[in-house]
Structures are given as C-alpha cells and as structure tokens.
Design a protein around this ligand. Structure first.
Ligand SMILES: *[C@@H]1O[C@H](CO)[C@@H](O)[C@H](O)[C@H]1NC(C)=O
Ligand SMILES: *[C@@H]1O[C@H](CO)[C@@H](O)[C@H](O)[C@H]1NC(C)=O
Ligand SMILES: *[C@@H]1O[C@H](CO)[C@@H](O)[C@H](O)[C@H]1NC(C)=O
Ligand SMILES: *[C@@H]1O[C@H](CO)[C@@H](O)[C@H](O)[C@H]1NC(C)=O
Ligand SMILES: *[C@@H]1O[C@H](CO)[C@@H](O)[C@H](O)[C@H]1NC(C)=O
Ligand SMILES: *[C@@H]1O[C@H](CO)[C@@H](O)[C@H](O)[C@H]1NC(C)=O
Ligand SMILES: *[C@@H]1O[C@H](CO)[C@@H](O)[C@H](O)[C@H]1NC(C)=O
Length: 662
C-alpha cells in the first residue's frame, strides 16, 4: 500500500484525493477470484506437526497454560522476559513479522478438531458451547461461553486466555523458524523466534502521520506476500479474516452469520458473498478517535478503584462519577471494528483475528493501571451473568478459578491472584521493559511517575489537561498538524489542541455524557451515537453514523443475539454503563468562537440546542432513544486540576449532574 505513505502538501483537493485512494485501497476486489490459501511448505505441515507432537497433548492429562517458559533462553542463567510490541512496531522487524504471520496462519489452518487449533481456542470465549480441555460446564450454564463479562474477573480471565494463545503461537513460530534450510537464515529466524510475543493494537495513540487507527497490516488486504522457508508466496492474510472449515451453522444461528464462512468486518452484503469493508471500520475508528483517547486518559487519571475501573457492572445507586470502565471502552472498540460483523457480538467476536490484537491492548492498559494503583485489586463480587462454569449470583473473588485455564496438570486452575504479576506468564510490554515487576504489586513512585509521563505523552494530546505541561521536560505531545506533512486519512484530524483560554488558574471544566442501559435492551448490540452541531441527528443511512463528521463519540452496548438468549440463557440481568466525553469537541467550539467558554452558563444552553442522540442496532435499524427500555443519557461535568509536571495526571473534582438528554 505504498501510495498511502506518499507525502503531498496539504490542500482540500489533495486531502479528498488521498481519502479516495485510501478508500479504494481497502476494498477487496480479488477475494472472489482467488482461493485464499495458507503457506505451502512443500509437505503436509499439519501431519508433520501432529507426528512431531510439537506440544504433546495427551487426552488423559489436561493441557497446561504455562505462558512462555523463560527457559527458552539457553545459556543464560537470568530468565529473560520479552515484550509484547505494538503491531506497527513489530512489523518493522521483518523476520519476527514473517514468523508471526506464518504462525498465525498455521494456527488458523490447524484442523478444527484439534484442541490447540485457532477454532477451538477462539471457541473458548463464546460459541460453540462445548467443553474445551475437558472442563465441564456448570449445570444450568451450558448455553454460554467460558468468558466472563460484566464481571469482576473480566480483566483477569482474559490474561491467561491471551497467554494460552501466545503459548501456542510461540511454539508454532519456533517450529517454523526451524524449517529454514539455509543455516545462516535459520539461526537468524530462530533468534527472532525466541523473542516472539503477541502484538497489541494501540487504538488510542495518535497513529503515524498519514495513517489510520486501523493498521494497514490488519485491514488493507486479504492477501499478504511472505518469505517463508519455502520461498516467497502470496497467502491469505491471517489478520484480515478467519475462514471456518467448516462453519457450524447450529452455533452461528443468527442470520446472516449462518451464511458467512469467513469472519467479516462491516460486511459488504447480507448474503454468502459478503466480504469485509475495512474502509468503513477505519473511518469509524478515526472518527471516534478523540472520544476513545479521552476515555482512556480519564480511566487512567480518575479511576482508582479496581471494581469501577475494570468492569461495567452498573450499580444504579452509584454516583455520577466513574460511569466508564475499561470493559465499556473495550466494548466500543469491539463494535466499531465489527460494525455489522462478528466483532460486534460477544459470542462470535473471538473468531475475528483482530480480537486478540484488541485484547492484548486491553491487557496492556490493565498492566499500566496496576502500576498506578497497585493496592486496588479484585474484590469479592456477585456475578451478574453466568459463564460456562459459573452461575449468576455466585460470589467471585481473587481466588476464583479462571476456567478452563489449568495452571498445573494436577487440576489446579489459574486464579486472579496468580497472574497479578503478568511476568509469571513470561511477558511484559514494550513500554514497560524498564519497570521492575514489583511495581505491579507495591507502590513505586518512580515507576508511577514514568507511567504518568507515558500516559500524558501518548493519550493526553486531545485533553486541555496537558496544556499545563506543554513546556515541561519529558512531555512532548504528538503533533501532526504540520501543514507540510502528509495528508491525514479521512475522519482523523491531527490532535485537537484545546485553546489555552479554557484553563484558568490551572483548572478547567470537563464535560461528559454518562450513559447506561440494560445489556440486552434490544436483544442486539447497539450504538448510542452523540452528535454535536446542526438541529438533529444526521440524515441518511444510520449505519454510517459511526463515521459521520458530526459524531462526537459512540458508546456501544455489546450484547448477544436474541436467538442465543432464546436458547435458554437468561442474559436480562446485565446492565452496562459508559461515557462519551464532550470536552475536546467543546474546546474546539471555544477555539472557533462558537462557544464563549467551558463554563456551565455557556455550555448548558449550547448542549441543549446542539447535542443530539441517535441509537442504531448493529443490524442498521434506527431506534428512537426513548424507545430503548432503560436507556439513560445524562450530561455531567467536573472541575479538573491540570498537572504541572509531565509525570502527574489531572485531578478530577466532584462530578455534578446538569440535565438528562434521554
Ligand atoms: C456444532 O455445534 C454443536 C453445538 O455445540 C455441536 O454439538 C456440533 O458437534 C458442532 N458441529 C460441528 C461440525 O462442529
Ligand atoms: C545462506 O544465506 C546467506 C544469507 O542470506 C547467504 O549469504 C548464503 O549464501 C546462503 N548459503 C547458501 C548455501 O545458500
Ligand atoms: C465501504 O464503506 C465506505 C464508507 O461507507 C463506502 O464509501 C464504500 O462504498 C463501501 N464499499 C463497499 C464495497 O461496500
Ligand atoms: C470500590 O468500588 C466498589 C464498587 O462500587 C466498592 O464496593 C468498594 O468499596 C470500592 N473500594 C474502595 C477501596 O473504595
Ligand atoms: C498442584 O500443583 C500446584 C502447582 O504445581 C501446587 O502448588 C499444588 O499444591 C498442587 N495441588 C495438588 C492438590 O496437588
Ligand atoms: C522503583 O522503580 C525504579 C525504576 O523505575 C527502580 O530503579 C527502583 O529500584 C524501584 N524501587 C523499588 C523499591 O523497587
Ligand atoms: C429480548 O429477548 C427476551 C428473551 O427472549 C424477551 O423477553 C424480550 O422481550 C426481548 N426484547 C426485545 C426488545 O425484543
């Protein structure tokens, strides 16, 4: 996709031209004419794999999730923990990237009947509702997946889940490296393989100038050219889609999912011929970028309690503070990357390979947050929803088994306490390499300052909060408003820096829409879209709202298909809450002179007139907000003290209610 990187001077005509080229570049045109295929090693690689017993799976003893044994580092007496990298960084290392793509492709083409196939590992999360690794369901909970949502265990459950995926990929990557025939090359690939860890996709940091939030490697082509042990070949891009072999139509019962033999993002049609429209996904992530970045920044600065930070179990009596959660922000990314496709449904989402890039980012955010709040941890909490091995109402705590992930062959499962230090699973993150592992468990103010600086630099650029530290040492905001730089892709403006007038005496006012709704209110995933400007929601197709230029942000309610709830699961208990931040958009109105200030006297009447709410289901049906049972949207604000050093984060005051929009 070389033309995406061409640098032109910025002008409107050029911008539109670049946008058009970008859109054209992402549309799959060859899918129908060429069969997607895995790499041809010159022999039956899966037969070899099962004979070599790469990772011996003995049906009489369970498969144990060990993460990546640090022992792989031969000759070194100090175990080395390698970092998970941002996917664009990893791509710069050609050898490692080749092994990752080949390894993921090999996992995806492992027969679905095998325990360690991509199909079965993805299937742990939601459908198909079958036992994995011999871990039986709890009576009454057979019709759901193992994953825990709206739960105190949401973050900790996904940690060994990712470690399992990483462990399988690691062993495939090591095997593939061993297949290079040239000794020099083999040694090089094996050295790269020893450092392999899964990548994450940072959906909240400003992408490199001229690029979209959705990396090209993930969305731009269904094919990828790769130099493997058997020469250069063009193979199916394993980051673009997963192809079912075969599709189980009894589990993907929701029409048209029962027709789609590949996972799709923003499907191009509703019939079996559907492909992915990653352009629409890219536009949706770009348009929501400011909102997503502000949400993450606020989660780091204003959420100090693990229970409220981690998951979205909404407590109706709680205050107007802390309406958001990492789970709720994660839901929004799920639905924006799926739009009308697999990522937008809880039980189907894990089959799309972007799922693991996304969850790895969620785990990284969790780890960074742990350093800021090492004392706050899983508290005994009633489960709001059932999972395959637990029932609704059960008390979950830090010793609850994270099933089906065995820690030992003797039948012990991992618990939240076991994985509090992620290092036990053999990984760290690229920007946490210098931090001692002990800072995940006990306060280390040096490390906390370093994390604060990282958060200000990566996620603070759209907040007025960083105005106070612009000239601080150690703070450099990502700035791509340079007019001579490459044009930005459609929907993604450079950082919207707030005008300095909004900060008075080191304080400004933050504006937020607090949103809550029952998870199954519409028996479908749905988007709550907020628009600023004009006199109503945009005209035209509501499924394009996610990337309407008037959109301030989306809060999504991530749900399960009604067909599945009718199969016997009661999912009515889950309530979800989240936010759409308004501050960055309002600060732009102050900059343009449309709004006098961020003070309530100016903002309240402005929002009354110009803020509009639209609701659309993942199927594209518009629903009047008042017709969504239990939906509430309330405008709130808080005084926020700006940091005065690059290591500090902003400090929020008391959150006060202004008015109900819905
Ligand atoms: C499809 O899923 C159902 C329910 O989990 C299961 O009983 C059946 O064996 C699956 N079929 C295939 C071909 O995997
Ligand atoms: C092996 O690869 C190296 C580096 O690519 C190359 O210099 C060398 O000629 C190759 N050896 C053989 C026998 O092909
Ligand atoms: C993909 O989505 C974009 C944005 O809505 C649209 O302009 C384009 O026509 C779509 N392409 C296909 C093939 O559906
Ligand atoms: C954290 O939040 C939960 C849920 O609101 C509450 O029960 C708990 O007391 C809080 N913990 C602390 C330390 O404030
Ligand atoms: C099972 O193995 C774990 C880890 O090796 C050990 O800590 C535990 O005591 C063992 N439990 C039993 C019941 O043997
Ligand atoms: C705190 O972290 C710093 C590095 O960020 C490290 O040098 C120092 O040893 C740590 N302190 C403690 C008590 O672990
Ligand atoms: C959603 O499904 C539940 C259970 O099947 C049903 O009781 C409820 O009426 C449905 N709600 C809507 C809005 O369709």
């Amino acid at each position: 996709m070389a033309h995406l990187y061409v640098t032109w001077p910025l002008s409107t005509a050029r911008l539109l031209f670049v946008a058009a080229v970008f859109v054209a570049a992402l549309v799959p045109t060859v899918w129908a004419t060429e069969e997607p295929a895995p790499y041809n090693y010159g022999f039956d690689v899966h037969e070899q794999l099962s004979r070599r017993s790469l990772k011996p799976y003995n049906p009489n003893t369970p498969f144990v999730v060990s993460g990546i044994a640090s022992g792989s580092q031969q000759g070194s007496n100090k175990p080395k923990v390698y970092p998970r990298q941002e996917v664009r960084e990893m791509e710069k290392n050609a050898d490692l990237w080749t092994l990752y793509i080949l390894g993921l492709s090999m996992m995806q083409y492992t027969p679905q009947s095998q325990l360690l196939s991509y199909y079965q590992v993805a299937g742990i999360h939601g459908v198909p509702w079958v036992e994995w690794n011999g871990v039986a369901p709890k009576s009454g909970s057979e019709n759901t997946g193992y994953c825990t949502h709206v739960s105190e265990l949401f973050l900790t459950w996904h940690r060994p889940y990712l470690a399992l995926y990483e462990q399988i990929l690691f062993s495939l990557v090591e095997y593939i490296a061993s297949l290079y025939k040239n000794e020099t090359e083999r040694a090089r690939y094996q050295a790269a393989a020893a450092q392999f860890r899964i990548p994450y996709m940072d959906w909240a940091a400003q992408p490199p100038t001229g690029e979209s939030v959705l990396p090209n490697s993930v969305g731009s082509s269904p094919y990828v050219k790769i130099t493997g042990p058997n020469g250069v070949q063009r193979i199916a891009n394993p980051l673009y889609t997963y192809m079912f072999k075969p599709l189980n139509t009894t589990m993907f019962i929701e029409n048209p999912y029962d027709l789609w033999v590949t996972t799709v993002r923003s499907p191009t049609t509703q019939d079996a011929s559907a492909g992915s429209n990653n352009t629409a996904v890219s536009l949706a992530l770009n348009q929501n970028f400011q909102s997503i970045q502000q949400r993450l920044y606020t989660l780091f600065s204003n959420y100090q309690n693990f229970s409220t930070f981690s998951n979205e179990a909404w407590i109706p009596t709680s205050s107007s503070d802390n309406y958001d959660s990492l789970e709720s922000l994660h839901d929004t990314i799920h639905t924006l990357t799926g739009l009308q496709g697999h990522m937008a449904w809880i039980p189907f989402s894990s089959f799309d390979p972007i799922f693991f890039l996304h969850h790895c980012m969620v785990d990284r955010v969790f780890a960074l947050w742990q350093i800021l709040n090492p004392e706050s941890w899983v508290m005994p909490t009633k489960a709001v929803l059932a999972s395959y091995t637990t029932s609704e109402g059960e008390i979950q705590d830090s010793q609850t088994a994270l099933t089906p992930f065995y820690k030992s062959a003797n039948g012990t499962f991992w618990t939240s306490d076991d994985i509090r230090d992620m290092g036990v699973l053999g990984y760290t993150y690229d920007d946490m390499m210098d931090f001692p592992r002990s800072s995940l468990l006990a306060t280390n103010s040096t490390t906390q300052g370093q994390v604060g600086a990282l958060i200000n630099r990566l996620y603070g650029s759209s907040s007025p909060a960083t105005l106070g530290i612009i000239n601080s040492e150690g703070y450099k905001r990502s700035d791509s408003s340079d007019a001579s730089g490459p044009a930005q892709p459609l929907g993604l403006a450079g950082p919207h820096h707030a005008p300095s007038s909004v900060v008075v005496n080191n304080v400004y006012r933050e504006w937020v829409a607090n949103i809550h709704a029952p998870k199954q209110a519409l028996n479908s995933t749905f988007f709550v879209d907020l628009f600023l400007g004009g006199s109503q929601v945009p005209a035209g197709d509501p499924s394009a709202w996610a990337y309407s230029p008037a959109l301030v942000g989306t809060m999504s309610v991530f749900a399960s298909p009604s067909g599945l709830s009718m199969a016997g699961m009661d999912m009515s208990g889950g309530h979800t809450s989240g936010v759409v931040p308004l501050t960055s958009a309002l600060a732009q109105k102050v900059a343009s002179g449309e709004l006098a200030s961020l003070d309530p006297e100016a903002v309240e009447p402005y929002l009354h007139q110009f803020l509009h709410c639209g609701v659309v289901t993942t199927g594209g049906t518009e629903v009047a907000p008042h017709d969504v049972p239990g939906l509430g949207v309330t405008i709130v604000s808080s005084r926020v003290e700006v940091p005065t050093s690059a290591e500090e984060l902003p400090r929020w005051g008391v959150v006060t209610d202004h008015f109900d929009l819905v």
